[in-house]
Write a protein that binds this ligand. Structure first.
Ligand SMILES: *[C@@H]1O[C@H](CO)[C@@H](O)[C@H](O)[C@H]1NC(C)=O
Ligand SMILES: *[C@@H]1O[C@H](CO)[C@@H](O)[C@H](O)[C@H]1NC(C)=O
Length: 133
């Protein structure tokens, strides 16, 4: 008896979740903000090296408003929008290779992945290339 009451309320709870999801405007449902899986906190990039930026595409909605992605470097939270590391790639690909620009070596870099919206990576470091030292 108790169990079936539980099941019933779980069922109606799921139903109301569904109703809520379908009540959302299409534009909101289709916004895809994949979490960045690399670089992560503690990653070290070397100036001039090639690095893969990766993100999780497993929760991609069937319809995405903007399939073109862009990767922007940020230092201490300030985005360098003018010089994206990569742009115009397919956001569903899940990764893109970038060349680390010749920036001031520091430990407060993040990248922001833009599709419909942006999501940032963990804070990582960029170190000078061996030749530059
Ligand atoms: C951004 O990514 C994090 C994980 O890195 C995730 O927890 C969060 O939900 C994402 N933000 C949005 C708006 O989806
Ligand atoms: C980036 O990932 C792709 C696909 O997994 C792989 O082919 C490529 O070698 C990687 N590049 C780097 C620099 O890690």
């Amino acid at each position: 008896m108790f169990k079936s009451v539980m099941q019933l309320s779980l069922f109606s709870f799921l139903l109301s979740l569904l109703a809520f999801a379908y009540a959302l405007p299409v534009a909101i449902r289709d916004v895809f903000v994949p979490p960045v899986t690399s670089p992560t906190t503690g990653t070290v990039w070397t100036v001039g090296s090639q690095q893969n930026v990766t993100w999780d595409t497993s929760n991609a909605p069937a319809q995405i408003t903007n399939k073109k992605g862009q990767v922007v470097l940020a230092k201490d939270g300030r985005l360098d929008i003018e010089n994206p590391l990569a742009s115009d790639f397919d956001i569903l690909q899940g990764w893109v290779t970038v060349t680390v620009p010749d920036v001031t070596p520091d430990i407060d870099y993040t990248i922001v992945l833009f599709g419909d919206s942006g999501n940032d990576s963990g804070v990582f470091a960029i170190m000078p290339s061996v030749q530059a030292v």
